[in-house]
Design a protein. Sequence first.
Length: 359
Amino acid sequence: MLIVIVIILIIVIIGLIIYNFNIHKKIQTYKNINQKINNLSVVQDFMSTIGESSSVDKKIKNINEILIEKYEIKYSTIVVFNGAEYEIKASNVDERHWKALKLLHEVDMFKDSIAQATPKYVTVNNDSERLPYQQMEFGRAKSAIFFPLYIDNVYIGYWIIESGTPHDFDNVDTTVLEVIKDNIVSVLKTVEHQKTLESIVRKDEFSGLYSEEYLYGKGKKIIDQYTTSTVCMFKITNLEEINHKYSRELGNKMIGQISEYINDNISDQYVFVRYMGPKFVIVFSGVELKGVAEYVNDMKEKIENTKVLFEEDKKTAAFPRLNFAISTYYKGTGLEEILKKLEEYLDNSDINESDITNI
């Protein structure tokens, strides 16, 4: 009888062990699924941020805020090397501590982390200690994980997360943190092109207008405040002729007069740039194509009836001849593709054409 009871108890215990094991597996699976859903949500937020019409620096700050909120990180700081110095691109740490955070690449333990492209975890054992890299601060951070950042095997900076609790990251899932780090790198890589465009924008000497690159940075922020806009590209078709027949000075003066006239007669919400050589672009932000045609026709007539005098003798004069092409731009589509199409049309048109064409 006793043997039977023991056997039954053993079977019950084994059954409970199997049951608990299955429950544990289900809980773990649920946690993994939940974590994947959370990670996917963060990635989606990242992608939305990349697509925003804002500066690169603003996008990186938004990404850092997403990390802090979604993963409940106490302190998060993204530092990027710009080729000359280290810059804090995003941080929720008080600015008085930024100097120390910008110099972490000089700390020996982090030098090894950078050289080996591996994260470094540091912590203290009690509240009376402080982390090795801390200088003036004492009680803010008690544990931290340092992640070196690389784009295509090229070191570009680091991401560091901190906590005010000792050993707070002892049991953290480093796999998740590595995924977050990879997402940060992906974002930095994606906005790298935008940053380049923002840094090379220049003002043209003769027209006083921004160059083409302005359209893809600050200009696009203005344009994308609206769902649809009208893009207008025009070409001074007789500019080359004027440069050769009279002088380049007269051609430059013509560019200046046309640019000044248009600038004085369009809204601040419209984007006007010198696209390339004799070609210019006006983006009528938030205005439909049919609302632009009449205005452009009137503007074209006035400009072409404006005499441009040569300052040296006041007798030599020329009249500009303009050829226009206009098209609709929809927010979220490729502005560069529309501009390419308009440019191709104007470049392939007869040199004597002076019209307004809808593309």
